[in-house]
Design a protein around this ligand. Sequence first.
Ligand SMILES: Cc1cc2nc3c(=O)[nH]c(=O)nc-3n(C[C@H](O)[C@H](O)[C@H](O)COP(=O)(O)O)c2cc1C
Length: 351
Amino acid sequence: MYRLLFSLVLCRFDAESVHHLTVRALTLLARLPYLKKVVHRLMAPHDPALRVSAFGVHFPSPFGLAAGFDKDAACAEALSAIGFGHVEVGTVTAHAQPGNPRPRLFRVATQRAIINRMGFNNRGAAAAAARLRRTRGVPTVVGVNIGKTKVVPEHAAVDDYVTSAKELAPLADYLVVNVSSPNTPGLRNLQAVELLRPLLEAVKQVADATPRRTPLLVKIAPDLADEDIDAVADLALELRLDGIIATNTTIRHPGETGGLSGRPLKTRSVAVLRRLRARVGDRLTLVSVGGVENADDVWERLLAGATLVQGYTGMIYGGPLWAYRLHRDLSRRLVRHGIPAITDVIGRTAP
Ligand SMILES: Cc1cc2nc3c(=O)[nH]c(=O)nc-3n(C[C@H](O)[C@H](O)[C@H](O)COP(=O)(O)O)c2cc1C
């Protein structure tokens, strides 16, 4: 049904306009407490066998929505209601900014992929904090992903991230330092350990100072060389971070300028996960993202050592029932294999 709607109607409209319409519909749902609860009862994962815990946070399932969809924390509860086990909002920057000029979001439907050069369009940390402060009507695990404001020069990046962290860490179930989006000039340079160390140290101080000690993760690019992945992993261990999210979009592709996501990213994303797992074992929580389309993909990432898995592009092609279906299939798979809990799958085939 959604496939038909997509190929006959949605793909005729500009991708970003469809996105804004979807966010508006979900924001409306987020404001309707009764309907939101009904949808949550019908679509959210309730199978106890799917529950996982990571860095002290309880998740109803290992699968959630990756950063970039709900940039302003406008509809996290509605996204939880339609089935995502957690919602990573953002990327939020300290100051509001418009992002790059449109068009900046392109479908590559033949490959079930997307190219985007959004450039962190968002209303800024204070506005996101105000949204997050509103009471939650349905249980929602919310991660907050923070990035650098475009006009802030690289040498002032640490203060910029710290401003966002101070606003948002107290309101987040976990906090993510994003140094891997390709559409903010210079951002990915911050992945170099000599720049990353002071950045993570400063943000960690803020995260550690919240009443609950907010867990802190770093999100990395798939285009890092293998030795650089190891270096970030070692740094994350040394600084006692809670986890690593791998991966963001790739710039290694032909076509429009921007980051590529979806099916073509799958192989590299899995390779980065395996490398991280080989390096850190179970000492850090690994969150795998990139090219996840279905329950088979989630299963593969769990086997390879991810505790949490995320997706974004899959929803654009899979539609609003995507997360619901994926969880249904995961539950069936557990039953079929006679495995009592999804946590038993994590790291089973890791080296
Ligand atoms: C339109 C779009 C916007 C994105 N914006 C962000 C962002 O603001 N911050 C971020 O960390 N990742 C962002 N991402 C990357 C996703 O979170 C994810 O890492 C990537 O798309 C790979 O997952 P996928 O193949 O399931 O889409 C964005 C992705 C897309 C498609």
